[in-house]
Design a protein around this ligand. Sequence first.
Ligand code: GLN
Length: 541
Amino acid sequence: MAKYLFITGGVVSSLGKGITAAAIGSLLTSRGLRIKILKLDPYLNVDPGTMSPYQHGEVYVTDDGAETDLDLGHYERFTGIPSSKKSNVTAGRIYWDVLKKERRGDYLGGTVQMIPHISNEIKSRVRALDDEDVDIILCEIGGTVGDIEGSIFLEAIREIGLEEGRENVMYIHLTYVPYIAAAGEVKTKPSQQSVAKLREIGIMPDILICRAEVPLTMEVRKKLSLFCNVPLGNVIEECDVKHSIYEVPLVLSDQGIDELLLVHYRIAKPQADLAPWRKVINAIRNPIGEVTIGVVGKYQELQDAYKSIFEALDHGCIAHKRKLVLKKIASEDIERGVEGLLDDVDGILIPGGFGNRGIEGKIEAIRHARETGIPFFGICMGLQCAVIEYARNVCGLAGANSKEIDPDTDHPVVCLMEDQKEVKDLGASMRLGSWDCKLTEGTHSREHYGAPMIKERHRHRYEFNNDYRETVQKNGLTIAGTTPGGELVEIVEIQEHPWFVGVQFHPEFKSQPFNPHPLFKGFIGAAAEKRERTSPAPAEG
Ligand code: GLN
C-alpha cells in the first residue's frame, strides 16, 4: 500500500510549489523509493489543452497524449519518471465526471453533493495511482490555501489522512515569509494565517517549507514553529537560489527533508546519492564560456510559455559547461524590420506555435540562419516554417505556405494530416503524445540519437505535405526522420549547413538536467563551436 505526501501552498501564488514538489520527488527517488506524482488543479477547465499561454504558460504533453499543466514538466525533469493522463486532474474534469454519472443514474436518485460525491471522485483520482510498484504518491494541490475552488480538494486530502492513517500520510505546506525592507524584518504572520486556514478544514501540516529572500533566524523559526504548530526541526527554509532551480534538491536535502519523510513513514533506505545533482550544479556554477541563443516566438514577454524549451536549452548548456544567454526575440519585431535582432546570436531556435501571428518574422529568421550558417533548431511550427522558407527561397515555389496560415496558397507545403492520402487511417486529427520515428542513416539526427528508432511527443494538426517531398529533396533538404512506415515526415535537415534541424515533435519535453536531449545537446554544441569560431574565448587560467 502506498504512502501519501500532499503539498499545499499558502500566502501567494508563484512560490515555486511545482519545483519544490519535483525536488522532493527527486530526493525520494534518489533514496530508492518508487514514486508517482500527481497535480490536482482546482480550476474549472476540463484540461489545460485549450488554455492560453498568456494565462497558463506552456501546455506540457505526456507520452500517452495528455495535455497538462507545466508542473508535470518539472516533475519529469527532476525525477525522470514519465507522467501520464492520470498525473493531472482538474476540478472541471472531476465535476464533469460526477455530472456524467448523475445523468447516467449511477447515484440511484440520491442527492449529489460536494461531500461525499465530489470529494470521493477526487480521492479516487489520487488513489488511482496506487499499485504494487509505488511506495509514495506525491500530490501537489494547485492554487493557494483559502481559494474558494480549492477547498473541496483540501477536504478530500484531509479525508485521505483519516482513512489511510496519519502515519501513512504527510502534509507539507509551502509558505512565504516576506522580508519587509522598511521595517528591516521578516514577517511570519501570513504563514500563521495560512496554516490557520488549513487547520480550519482539519489539516495539520507536518512540515512547513518557507520561501524567503533572507535566511530565517532561530528566533523566526521558533515563532513559525509555535504559531503554526509544527515541530521546530520541521521548519525548512527555501531561500531564492542563486544560480539555478536545480539547486533546490540540494537545499532541501541539506536540511534533511527526505529523512523527516522516511522517519514519519517508518521506511528505512540508504542515504540519497546526490552526485548527479552536484555534477549538474558544478557545471552551472563553473561554465567555461557562454552561448547566446535567439528564441524567436510570439509569447516572448511570458516567462512560462516556452518553459520546457528554455530548460532543455539549459540542459544542453550543462552538457557543454556553457552559460546560456537567452535572447528572446518577438517574431513580429523581425517583421517590423527592427535592426540587429539576430546579430549577436550563436544559434536560432523557433519553438512551437499556433496561428499566423508573427509567422513571416520566423520565416525571415530561418532564412538568415540558413544563409549565414548560424545553427538552427526548428520545433514543430519551427519545422513547418523551415519547410515554407526552403520551398519559397530555395525551391522557388513563390507564396508557399502552410494551410493553417493561408488556406488558399498555391503551394501548401504544410497541410492537415487528413489531407494526406498515405495517412487516412493513422488516427485522430490532432497528433498527440508519443510516436515512433525512424531515423535516416548518415544524418545529424541519426548521429546525435545514436539509435535507428526513437520515440518523441507530438502536439499538432499540420504536417509536411508529402506531395512536396521530391521537390524539396531534389533541392537539397534531407528528410532525416519519418514515421516507421514512412508515411509522415518527422525531421528535416540541411547537410551542408553547420547545424540545421527541424523536428515535427517536441523534444524539449523529454530533456533532463543530467540527461540532456541529444538534439539540444547537439544544437548547443554547434552554437558553442560557432561562438568559438567567431569570438574565441580568452585562454583559461
Ligand atoms: N500550429 C501547428 C500545427 O498545429 C504547429 C503546432 C505546434 O507547434 N505545436 O500543426
